[in-house]
Ligand binder design. Structure first.
Ligand code: PLP
Length: 392
């Protein structure tokens, strides 16, 4: 059977990227963007210590630890990233900070380089004239909503029909306006984009097309180097598995990893069998010009964070020389991972966040001497009542 037939039948598969460079050398993004993202997150660190005291232990840097599961298996804990409990605390927050900084500079709100001023009513009042708009299946909205409100912005989150009720409730409790749509992620993004058009004080955060988001995610990879106790080598490589929705989160992380670790890292994305938009886009070369609905798939999955039918406009192209492959995973597999991770580790991950384990299961034997890193991407804010349904 061809990969296309397997995709249509929603079988879990591994697609290997024929264009991957064994020694990665084609990096198509301007490096400056990632340098700037890293520097910006550092400039804001003193502000974070004030605004989000939970970031004090890391001196205002939003970073997550690694949990060692076994000798060769590591879990990257973006589920417990401060502020929003998911990988979106990297990209989403970075873009909000970028906007806040641009506005503060343009309106001459900063009297000196002390970014703790962003916690003052003077700056918050000025930012309150601006509205940040975003389309989301849930976690990006949460991250942008919480961050934007804290800085004083108005914020409107357009949510797809699959967004979980508790995510909408939490956002409203933070003071965000939540607009619910009957359509999927692409619809929510499109309507958000339209709302922002022609309004100078409206700023649309474009998850399908944003380099600022991508750069924010990529910073994670630079910091990972210090977290590994054993540096990977060509003989004993690092194999990384990252869940993929529209592609910005995993794409940014993987882009940064290939820059940091070169030929000593191999990177795989994992998508739901109902929403394999990145696999479809890369394998056909059509990228954002094809959707999973075009091949008869529903884009209906319990992995709300990954329920994206059409890939990012640019991430697949950046990934072409860098990504080793993409796997797909069924909802039943995800439910099982949620349960087993809890039973073995007492770590609660939301279904989307466990997808990386499918990569581990499939590729562990191919790379017997490797370190395997499963990127857990969310779950930290899930209310207890919500968790219980996975254990019924
Ligand atoms: C958003 C999300 C991802 C994937 O990120 P994309 O940028 O959409 O590819 C993975 N896991 C979780 C939990 C998410 O919320």
């Amino acid at each position: 059977m061809t990969w296309m037939e397997q995709l249509k039948q929603q079988q879990p598969i591994l697609w290997e990227n024929p264009h991957v460079e064994q020694v990665p050398q084609t990096f198509l993004l301007d490096d400056h963007l990632i340098d700037e993202a890293e520097a910006r997150l550092e400039r804001f660190a003193p502000y974070f210590e004030v605004a989000f005291p939970e970031t004090k232990p890391t001196k205002g840097i939003i970073e997550s630890p690694i949990t060692v599961l076994t000798d060769q298996t590591l879990l990257k804990r973006d589920d417990i990233l401060p502020v929003s409990g998911s990988i979106k605390a990297r990209g989403g927050i970075h873009e909000v900070l970028l906007l806040a900084e641009q506005i503060a500079r343009a309106e001459q709100l900063l009297t000196d380089e002390d970014y703790r001023q962003f916690a003052t009513i003077r700056i918050q009042e000025a930012l309150a004239r601006h509205t940040i708009i975003v389309g989301s299946t849930g976690n990006l909205g949460l991250s942008i909503g919480i961050m934007s409100k804290k800085l004083g912005f108005q914020v409107v989150v357009h949510m797809s029909h699959d967004a979980k009720q508790w995510k909408k409730d939490m956002l409203r409790a933070h003071g965000a306006e939540v607009v619910e749509h009957a359509g999927d992620y692409s619809v929510a993004v499109r309507i958000g984009r339209l709302q922002a058009e022609a309004e100078p004080l409206h700023h649309f955060i474009d998850d399908e097309n944003s380099q600022a988001l991508f750069a924010g995610y990529a910073v994670a990879a630079r910091r990972l180097k210090q977290q590994l106790t054993t540096a990977p080598t060509v003989q004993n490589p690092l194999i990384v598995y990252v869940p993929c929705g529209v592609g910005g989160g995993p794409g940014g992380v993987i882009y940064g990893l290939k820059q940091q670790f070169g030929a000593t890292v191999k990177c795989y994305m994992v998508e739901p069998t109902a929403s394999p938009c990145m696999l479809l886009g890369m394998a056909t070369g059509k990228h954002d010009q094809i959707s999973v609905q075009d091949i008869g798939l529903t884009n209906e999955t319990i992995a709300d964070g990954l329920a994206v039918g059409r890939a990012s406009q640019f991430v697949g192209r950046l990934m072409e020389p860098l990504l080793d492959g993409i796997l797909t995973v069924t909802d039943d597999m995800l439910r099982n991972y949620v349960r087993t991770v809890w039973e073995r580790e007492q770590i609660f991950l939301e279904p989307s966040a466990t997808a990386g384990f499918a990569g581990l299961d499939m590729l562990r034997e191919r790379y017997p001497t490797a370190q395997h890193l499963v990127w857990a991407t969310g779950g930290g804010l899930v209310p207890t009542a919500e968790k219980c349904q996975y254990f019924a």
